[in-house]
Design a protein around this ligand. Structure first.
Ligand SMILES: [Zn+2]
Length: 684
């Protein structure tokens, strides 16, 4: 029921990580930013200091950590009443409405707590939120196996006449709720249901264990490493700790050593992975699916593992020639820099593609940063949304106690005719204890309330930008600017979703569709016509020269095929591991074969990269999602916006046909409509 708390993929899954250190600069002279830009370029207190505390996000109970307990109890009480109501209401659309209220009552607290538990600077708040998440999670488990509750929904789904009379969104949501019951094994007899619960618990434990193991360092006797490279690693007595791949290190030998040692197989982690995959397969079969992948892919755009493999194979075929060329280029560069040892190995890929990029195009971030002050970027987004959708962003004053940190900004998203659409809290700046991960959080989903009012969506965007300094406002590297656009794409998906039910609000859509709006924003961020609108030097006001924008865009194409090929390899591996069981070979042998077929750089004996593949946990059988979203976003860009990125008619169509539906409509149907409508009319 609460699997409605689907969230957009974290940025870690994104293809190219372009992180550069920020550049400096002198004091800025003048600004002409309108409010949203100014809100981010000025260091000023934004929230009221006097009066009563309103509580986090304006939730009165959350003025103190203890309030979580109270908010949680309220939610659980409301839940009980709604369960009663659902069980006594005759089949009809009201049932779906009650289920959605039920889900809303729990999500409202759980989603908020989910954010607070990782982002609040105060440990007491984080701890209280964590406790609340656990308690609500337990409640959800109970509800998903509540037979009486399920029965009321089943009756509705079985009543063909009533079902036919419902609008498509209501039908879709009813089916989604049913799906949550089914994957929890509600249709099983008591003994099997118990086994399903036990398996779920076991899987959760294995997932946690695997995640911990995936990040554990490997240590070796320091004598084994050549003395001149030891300083690159942490030394502990006689041992050296290898904590990662050192993929950007310029010394080939350091990368090679790190690769071989960090990926050296750990027997316990190997067992953990095998057991996790087997247990997932058991669970899937117990609730009626062939494989775990079949279970995971129900309700996605791809629908079946066969379709996913077809997609990945086609993509791989298309990339093949370009990937070979990329590898040749990298090898050429390695030959130049290290003639004695020029064979291209897996530890060379990220490093040499970076070297090539830097050599061909001078894209030194410090040249770009001065043009991308945070205020300028926000102005750019504001202008773009204004042109495309008639929407403006306004910085809003917050109340005492509403924020978890004083540097958070609250934006009101306002449509020229429809008025206020929702709120985005921008938690953009670095701070101690804040996870270094760009992410979008739904705090409250949009839905049509019983009184006819629309419950406005509320989200948080989390980034880790540097603070402004005495001499300059916050300046973004091109990579950070692109990330900001990406995350704003998620936020606008949330703001513009106008679903009747919060269960399918905004980004609560199938995983392989969730990244479409955000990746589409990356296309805008790379388009000169868009960038030219906002990129101004913070001191001189000069706009970013076109040649610099082109250089930036061209540099992104360098080795892009090889980068994507690597992702295809990971995605195939994820499919095979979650496919037919028992696996035909060991996970390492499968890795070796898949790497040769879908990547191209040789497998290195006595390594087991899969044991570090932490996304197997969160995205089990859905790692392909990012690639598929990218394919769809590229299509939408070409169909709708490449001719004119400010085309209002296209913007409106995109909003109406895609964003407005959240997860309330089959993504494939939305894609088809966009495709059909955007094609130039025949005969003209
Ligand atoms: Zn994303």
């Amino acid at each position: 029921m609460l699997s409605g708390c689907r969230r957009a993929l974290p940025a870690a899954l994104r293809l190219a990580v372009r992180g550069w250190a920020g550049g400096g600069g002198r004091r800025r002279v003048s600004t002409s930013w309108s409010p949203v830009g100014a809100a981010f370029d000025a260091k000023q207190q934004r929230s009221r200091l006097t009066g009563q505390s309103t509580g986090l996000f304006g939730v009165p109970e959350l003025s103190s950590p203890e309030g979580f307990q109270e908010a949680q109890e309220k939610a659980l009480q409301e839940t009980e009443q709604l369960v009663q109501k659902a069980c006594t209401t005759p089949p009809g659309p009201q049932i779906v409405m009650i289920f959605d209220q039920l889900s809303d009552a729990l999500c409202r607290v759980a989603d908020l707590a989910d954010f607070v538990k990782i982002a609040h600077p105060d440990f007491a708040f984080r701890e209280a939120a964590e406790e609340t998440c656990r308690n609500i999670g337990t409640m959800v488990e109970k509800l998903n196996t509540n037979i009486e509750l399920c029965q009321s929904l089943k009756q509705l789904l079985a009543d063909k006449e009533v079902m036919d009379s419902l609008d498509p969104e209501t039908r879709q949501v009813a089916e989604l709720f049913m799906f949550d019951f089914e994957i929890s094994g509600i249709h099983l007899d008591e003994e099997k249901r118990k086994r399903a619960v036990d398996l779920n618990v076991k899987i959760l434990d294995l997932c946690n264990q695997f995640l911990i193991g995936a990040h554990l360092p490997n240590k070796i006797d320091k004598q084994i490493l050549p003395e001149h490279i030891r300083y690159n690693f942490a030394v502990e007595g006689n041992y050296i700790q290898i904590t990662g791949l050192h993929a950007d290190c310029s010394d080939d030998l350091v990368r090679e050593a790190a690769y071989k040692i960090f990926l050296y197989p750990n027997a316990e982690q190997l067992r953990c992975l095998e057991e996790l995959l087997t247990s997932r397969n058991h669970l899937a079969q117990l609730v009626g699916y062939n494989t775990f992948a079949h279970r995971a892919l129900q309700g996605t755009m791809a629908r079946t593992p066969e379709k996913v493999m077809q997609f990945l194979e086609t993509l791989s075929d298309r990339l093949f020639q370009r990937t070979l060329k990329d590898f040749e280029m990298m090898e050429g560069m390695k030959m130049k820099l290290n003639p004695q040892n020029s064979k291209l190995m897996p530890w060379d890929h990220p490093y040499y593609s970076g070297v090539l990029r830097a050599e061909r195009y001078n894209i030194e971030p410090s040249l770009y940063c001065p043009f991308f002050s945070l205020g300028a970027c926000m102005e750019g987004l504001n202008f773009l949304f204004n042109q495309l959708l008639g929407i403006s962003l306004y910085a809003e004053q917050t109340e005492k106690g509403e924020l978890w940190c004083e540097d958070v900004r609250k934006l009101a998203v306002v449509h020229e005719n429809e008025g206020l659409l929702g709120y985005i809290y921008c938690d953009f700046y670095q701070r101690a204890d804040k996870p270094h991960q760009d992410c979008h959080f739904t705090i409250r989903g949009g839905r049509l309330r019983k009184d006819g009012e629309y419950q406005l969506p509320v989200v948080v965007l989390m980034l880790s930008l540097p603070h402004s300094t005495k001499n300059s406002p916050t300046l973004l590297t091109p990579g950070m600017m692109e990330n900001l656009f990406h995350e704003m794409g998620h936020a606008m998906h949330s703001m513009l979703g106008r679903t009747r039910y919060q269960h399918v609000t905004g980004t609560r859509c199938p995983t392989d569709f969730a990244e479409v709006p955000s990746i589409l924003m990356e296309y805008f961020a790379s388009d000169y016509r868009v960038v030219n609108q906002f990129a101004r030097h913070f001191q001189t006001g000069q706009s970013l020269p076109k040649s610099m924008v082109s250089r930036l865009c061209e540099s992104k194409k360098i080795c892009a095929a090889a980068d994507m090929q690597l992702q295809v390899f990971y995605a195939v591996l994820d499919q095979l591991y979650h496919g037919e069981h028992p696996l035909k070979r060991s996970t390492t042998e499968i890795l070796k074969e898949t790497q040769e077929k879908f990547y191209g750089l040789p497998y290195v004996p006595k390594t087991a990269w899969q044991l570090r593949f932490s996304h197997l946990v969160g995205y089990g059988a859905k790692y392909y999602s990012y690639l598929m979203s990218r394919a769809i976003a590229s299509m939408v860009w070409k169909q709708c916006f490449v001719q004119n990125p400010f085309d209002r008619a296209m913007g409106e169509r995109y909003r109406r046909e895609m964003l407005a539906h959240g997860g309330g409509k089959e993504p494939m149907l939305m894609v088809q409509v966009i495709y059909r409508n955007a094609a130039p009319p025949e005969g003209t």
